[in-house]
Structure formats: C-alpha cells, structure tokens
Write a protein that binds this ligand. Structure first.
Ligand SMILES: Cc1ncc(COP(=O)(O)O)c(C=O)c1O
Length: 368
C-alpha cells in the first residue's frame, strides 16, 4: 500500500493506550483488581447523573443540542460568566484540540512544559505546529523559562495548574506577573482539570483574566471531581471572541446527549461533589503518610493523585503491583524512572495499595 504520510504524523507517538481492565486480569490471571492509574473519581458518577442518563435513553434517536443550551445556562450561572463565554467539548481534550485548530497554523509554535499532560504536544505535532518545551524547575512550571521560549511565532501556551504529573500549582501573583510579560497575540490556556481539589486559598480565579491583554482560556472537565470521565464532557471559559472562533472549527454535535444531561445533573449534586472532595483530601493525607513509612518519598500534590519516588525502577515495581491486581502509573515516559503515580481510591482500595506496595518493595529490595 502506498500512503503519503506527512513527517509530523509519521513521527507522532500515539498516546499510550491502556488495556481494558478485563484484558489485564485475563492476561495476569487475577481478579478483583483495582485501578489507581488515571486520576478518576473512585466514588463513581453522581447517582443524579446516572438517573438523568436513564431518563434520557429513549431520546437517543435525536441529535444532541449542538449548543449545549441548558448546560451552558446552568454553568454560566454557577460560574458567574455569560453562556457565550463557554465552549463545551468531548472532554476538555477537545477544547485543547479546538484551540490548536483555530489559532495555530503549520510552522507556528506552542510553548509547554516537560513533563506535563501529554496531549498538548501530541495535538500540536498532529496539526503541523512546533513544540517549544521547557523543563519543569523543582517539579513546578518554570514561568520565566516559558517566557524566554516565546518567539514571534508563538500562538499558544498550555499550562496545567495543577500540573499533571507533579500536582504542583503556581500562585495568582506568579501567574499575573507572568501574564503581564507574555507578548500580545499569544493565548494562555490554563488547564484546570484538577482545580476542584486545590486548597481554596490557592485556587486562581481564571475569570479575572478572560479580558486580559493576554487572554486566558480556562479548561475544565467533568471527568475528575464530577466522575464522568467515560462520558467525555469538558469546557473552556474564555472571551466570547475566542469562543466564536472555536465554534467555527468544532463539529456541530460534539457533545453527546447523555453527557449533556449527566453533566447538568452532576453540577447540581452538591452531596456527591462534597463527598468526593472529602474522600480525596482524607485519602491523600493518609496515603502520603503510609508511603513515607515504607521509605518512599511522596510528593505533596494539590490534586487527587501524587508522585511517589520508590527509590528503584518504577516500571519493575509497577509490573510487580500489577500481578497483585493493583494498577498504578509508571513514570518513565514522563522522564521519572524511579517514580510511580497513584490516584487516591476508596478507603479499602488505599489500604490494599499500601499493602501491595509494601510487599512489592520488599520483593524487589527497594526502600529501607
Ligand atoms: C491536565 C489534564 N487536563 C485534561 C485532562 C483530560 O480531561 P478530559 O477527560 O476532560 O478530556 C486530564 C486527564 O487526565 C489532565 O490530566
């Protein structure tokens, strides 16, 4: 077969696909495994969202509302913005793609950190753009380094705050000083996928920067605190002029019907949201303490996940834990070969994780 494949596509490494849990269990001959690898909500979806989905099933022969009208109204009210300042997507991933599609021409540049959420750089490459990558400094975004990497060809900067995989945040003062120095014409995408988990005093108010000379687009998702990762729904908060360009490049029915009704119901389920935050905070504190007792280093994080330095080969530890039915994320692909990343789980899952970590460390001779 003869195919004409552009260099940027031929050299693109796909996002590492995870195997279905059932397949992993079959392969390793295990049952009842627990997955603490993808920063999902261990409580599951809001029961109100599930009920809304059930009530909507007999309407699946209709196209969804392409404007996400009811969701936009409810969310705008909750956030104190205008519905026209919101754009919804098939996960916040889609908003990342829409920003790149709308604002980046081939040969133009995007600045990101390393390590950070893998999707930004892949989407830039797929679009024929050029990635300028700035290493983290002390596990945090190097805002000065990022400014130094901006050129006349830069169109976008992606900053996840908190950062995935380190869980670190920058302060409002640091961000404002940074924004003031970004040259005009560059859009800053502030990815707040984990904002719900951030200590309230450290949360930025992205709405303040929508009209800044350097416009900020805040990316949010229903995949994490709202427990709807499988449905794929996220959004961006932005200046309406930017929203207008994103609407030009998005598919007309990009957010499915079930996702829309579920997100709307989840937004109104304060109990489930509060329970999620409580479980996360308590679980994170307990896990960090237990991990340290085992001689590992737990990195403080403002999210529902954290990095652990296991002081040995993280991939080998990951494989050892997998055989015990505990799925974590090895970090060598992010440049941290002695680390794993884990997501907080239910209390019993956290206990099982610690037991399995202790056994695996002992078997491999890591730690103390
Ligand atoms: C920083 C960051 N942004 C965005 C996402 C994905 O969000 P969504 O499920 O809304 O596409 C993730 C998921 O892991 C993430 O870590």
């Amino acid at each position: 077969m003869k195919l004409h494949v552009a260099d940027n596509i031929a050299t693109l490494i796909p996002y590492p696909p995870g195997k279905p849990l059932e397949e992993l269990e079959r392969e390793y001959g295990i049952t009842g495994s627990i997955k603490l690898a993808s920063n999902e909500n261990p409580l599951g979806p809001s029961p109100k969202a599930v009920a809304a989905i059930r009530a909507s099933l007999d309407k699946l022969h209709r196209y969804p509302d392409g404007s996400c009208y009811y969701l936009a109204q409810a969310l705008a009210k909750k956030l104190g913005v205008e519905p026209a300042e919101l754009v919804f997507g098939n996960g916040s991933n889609e908003i990342i793609g829409l920003l790149i599609a709308a604002f980046l021409a081939p040969g133009q540049e995007v600045v990101t950190s390393h390590p950070t959420f893998l999707v930004y750089q892949k989407m830039v490459q797929a679009q024929g753009g050029i990635n300028r990558v700035v290493p983290l400094r002390d596990m945090r975004h190097d805002l000065a380094g990022i400014l130094a990497a901006v050129t006349a060809k830069t169109r976008l900067i992606f900053l996840d705050n908190p950062n995935n995989p380190t869980g670190t945040v920058f302060t409002a003062a640091e961000f404002e000083a940074f924004l003031d120095q970004v040259p005009e014409g560059v859009i800053v995408a502030l990815d707040e996928a984990y904002v719900d988990f951030v200590e309230p005093t450290l949360q930025l108010d992205a709405r303040k920067y929508l009209h800044h000379r350097t416009p900020v687009v805040a990316l949010r998702t229903f995949s994490k605190a709202y427990g709807l990762a499988g449905l794929r729904v996220g959004y961006g908060i932005m200046h309406r002029e930017i929203a207008d360009y994103l609407h030009r490049v998005r598919q007309p029915f990009n957010v499915n019907q079930l996702a829309q009704v579920a997100a709307l119901a989840a937004l109104e389920d304060d109990d489930h949201y509060a329970k999620t935050l409580r479980l996360t905070r308590e679980g994170m504190a307990w896990l960090a303490c237990e991990v340290e007792k085992l001689g590992c280093t737990a990195f403080s994080s403002q999210t529902n996940f954290f990095l652990i330095d296991v002081k040995g080969d993280g991939k080998a530890l990951y494989e050892r834990m997998l055989r015990k039915g505990v799925i974590v994320r090895p970090m060598q692909a992010y440049g941290y070969p002695t680390y794993i990343r884990i997501t907080v789980g239910l209390t019993e899952e956290n206990v099982r994780f610690v037991q399995s970590l202790a056994e695996s460390l002992a078997e491999l001779g890591y730690g103390r």
